[in-house]
Design a protein around this ligand. Structure first.
Ligand code: ISE
Length: 337
């Protein structure tokens, strides 16, 4: 039987996942959509083929007994209550990043889940499913180039969502590099600092854009991230890893290289939906497959979500204070391996 899924939150990411689940993912049907905006919910239900029941309250959908699993795509600050309710009812949730809006509530989710028998939450760190990310990680795990020393990351968006803030540049954008560093190195991040410099005149709102985020891992791998959310030209996520005996580079322009009419070159990816389309598909198909096989999810866990949240929180403090902030995660429940 196909998994009956309700998608909670029908904004940009919710809509993208509804289309994905409806047209590209096998073994799942979107049979419910939840949004406080009735018009948006109705439009989302139509995207799911018109068979999805519309709800305005996530807790009513969670209590209905009509769904096998949930995809949570509301803004991060609304995740906590839904996740707690789902854990309480023993229901699986695919939760888009961030896990919750701060480290303390993320820790509560970890502790609540660890108190149960099985994992119920998977966090949407989709870059772990990107072919380039996986290729780069192999150099870290196989060790053929020696020890990793540094990571240089560039994360460029054409423009930010409305009402974006300096804090969201960390919580919403750099959170992916934070998870990436943990994924590549298998280590926790121990300190973070943020530098603001000259801001682009074209930045939306009061953003100080771009910013440079510096981190260090347990073994001393140094990381620098350029986060630039008004880069205008398109979307780019580029990572260069420096090892003792080599440099590995991913996320450069891909696709056809064209010579025509006196020019050479290719097309820039417009946004993250296109750049990570395949990764999102692999991520959700894997999640659906596990649940259909009666297995707990095995993708990024609530612990990964919490570790990232703690790092983001430290990053925002560093942003405000202009200091280097250390990160202490506390004890990792053995439950997370
Ligand atoms: C957005 O929420 C994402 O998750 C994208 O992957 C990221 O590139 C962007 O900066 C975020 O706003």
């Amino acid at each position: 039987n196909n998994l009956r899924i309700a998608v909670i939150g029908t904004g940009r990411m919710g809509t993208d996942h509804i289309k994905r689940l409806t047209h590209r993912i096998a073994g799942a049907d979107v049979t419910g959509v939840v949004d406080i905006d009735a018009g948006r919910a109705k439009a989302a239900a139509a995207l799911a083929g018109g068979h999805a029941k519309v709800w305005d309250d996530p807790h009513a959908a969670l209590s209905s007994g009509q769904y096998d699993a949930f995809v949570l795509t509301t803004p991060g600050m609304l995740h906590y209550d839904v996740l707690m309710d789902a854990l309480d009812k023993g229901l699986p949730v695919f939760c888009e990043k961030p896990l919750t809006a701060d480290a303390a509530t993320a820790r509560e989710i970890v502790d609540a889940e660890a108190g149960l028998d099985a994992r119920l939450i998977q966090v949407g760190f989709m870059r772990r499913y990107d072919a380039g990310y996986q290729r780069l990680r192999r150099y870290f795990t196989e060790g053929s180039l020696g020890a990793p020393l540094m990571l240089h990351c560039r994360h460029r968006n054409p423009d930010p969502p409305p009402n974006f803030t300096d804090a969201l540049m960390i919580y919403d954008s750099v959170v992916h590099e934070i998870d990436g560093v943990r994924y590549f190195t298998g280590e926790e991040i121990t300190e973070i600092s943020v530098r603001k410099g000259r801001a682009t005149a074209g930045a939306h709102g009061k953003l100080s854009d771009p910013q440079q985020v510096l981190m260090r891992t347990e073994s001393g791998v140094l990381v620098d991230v350029e986060i630039f959310v008004n880069a205008l030209f398109g979307y780019q996520v580029h990572t260069e890893a420096v090892f003792e005996r080599g440099i590995v580079d991913i996320g450069n322009d891909e696709g056809a290289y064209v010579r025509s009419a006196g020019h050479w070159g290719g097309e820039v990816t417009p946004g993250f939906e296109q750049r990570f389309a395949a990764a999102f598909d692999t991520e959700l198909q894997g999640w659906v497959n596990r649940l259909r096989d009666g297995l707990p999810p095995n993708g990024p866990s609530a612990w990964d979500g919490y570790a990232a949240a703690a790092c983001c929180e430290a990053g925002v403090e560093a942003q405000l204070e202009g200091t280097t902030v250390t990160i202490a995660l506390g004890k990792k429940p053995t439950f997370y391996g």
